[in-house]
Design a protein around this ligand. Structure first.
Ligand code: ADP
Length: 347
């Protein structure tokens, strides 16, 4: 255990939850570079009242990897992040951060990680700098280290001109950047970003994505982010897990997930029930197993060369197709095929 681990673990005790017997300091088992940054095994959370939010998930994230947890509202993403950041006690299974068990060694697990929540935690009455200095002190970062660290982060996150301002006067996007700087002051080995761009307008969202991409390009830190914006995952993540109804239904690189979807998507609307039309097309061998229907819209993953003959076959099947378009496949298509649910919708 390094001195930083010791001091940050002590500081973290001030705002950790009471874990009762489970929170006792367990024999040190983690921290070495040989451990995956995140290792989750059969992790499960059933809330009082019986909601099975997370139903026995498994995944590992390597040091330096950017890993995305994707899914619609209610899929179990926040519950998973809550367990990994020790604010939610797992019902069963294990989760380790750089080897530290989040249930048995919560202080050590917390000392190795930082989280940017959906809701702001910076103090609106203080300046940006005062917030960062306060956080550095809470996490036991010596001033000699905190001062250059804050200067560096201000530069990387585009905060240099804003840092002396009261947080209450910053825009939503600026505040979100400050939140990320706050989380990075303690030099975490694992950074959790819970829906980092939710509620931001498209321009600010893209600025923030650029900032996160810049952060990921700098060294060994592991990033685990949740999102329901698939373009975000495609842009930032080395690998993504798609989570649906508390289970991981796919886990791979964005490219590998997309590779299964042909090289073009034929999308069209039919009159009436899309599923009935799709069943007909499948029975006639026109649509394959990757095709799916949402309402009256059919989505058919194809090879480019097959588009013309597929449209002819749809016509021959007696279906009246409208709003016909083609486009490249996206992670949305992968997601919809696996879950049948639009991403914004509750699962
Ligand atoms: P996501 O972050 O993917 O939107 P959540 O992890 O927030 O999903 O929620 C997963 C499921 O657990 C949902 O059905 C949600 O209603 C339920 N849930 C979340 N928090 C609680 C809680 N404190 N008590 C009971 N049920 C909860």
């Amino acid at each position: 255990m390094t001195s930083r681990h010791r001091s940050t673990a002590t500081a973290a005790a001030a705002d950790t939850h009471d874990y009762g017997a489970r929170g006792q300091r367990a024999p040190i088992s983690g921290g070495g570079a040989q451990h995956p940054a995140v290792a989750v095994s059969q992790l499960r959370k059933t809330y009082p009242g019986g909601v099975e939010a997370v139903r026995g998930i498994d995944f590992e994230v390597a040091a330096g990897e950017v890993f995305g947890l994707l899914g619609p509202n209610g899929a179990g993403k926040s519950t998973t992040i809550g367990m990994l950041t020790t604010t939610i006690v797992p019902t069963s299974g294990t989760a380790r951060l750089v080897g530290y068990d989040v249930a048995r060694e919560p202080l050590l697990a917390r000392s190795a990680s930082s989280v940017v929540f959906q809701d702001a935690v910076v103090d609106r009455g203080l300046s940006g700098r005062a917030n960062l200095e306060l956080h550095a002190r809470m996490w036991g970062v010596p001033a000699s280290r905190a001062v250059p660290r804050i200067a560096e982060l201000s530069d990387v996150l585009g905060l240099s001109d804003l840092i002396e301002r009261r947080v209450g006067s910053l825009s939503g996007g600026e505040r979100r950047r400050l939140e990320i700087a706050r989380a990075l002051v303690s030099e975490p080995r694992v950074l959790f970003l819970d829906e980092p761009t939710v509620g931001l307008d498209p321009r600010i969202r893209h600025e923030l994505l650029d900032v996160i991409a810049g952060v990921r390009g700098r060294g060994e830190m592991t990033i685990l982010l949740t999102t329901h914006y698939l373009d975000e995952a495609q842009r930032l993540c080395d690998r993504v897990a798609i989570i649906h109804l508390g289970e991981i239904v796919a886990l791979d690189t964005p490219a590998a997930l997309l590779a299964g979807m042909g090289n073009v998507i034929l999308e069209l609307r039919v009159d009436g029930d899309g599923q009935l039309a799709l069943d007909l097309l499948k029975a006639r061998g026109v649509a394959g197993s990757l095709a799916f229907a949402i309402g009256s819209t059919l989505t058919l993953p194809l090879e480019q060369a097959a588009v013309g003959e597929t449209l002819t076959a749809i016509d021959d099947a007696g279906l009246r197709a409208g709003a016909v378009s083609t486009r490249p496949p996206s992670l949305d298509d992968v997601y919809l095929r696996l879950t049948g649910a639009p991403l914004g919708a509750p699962s």
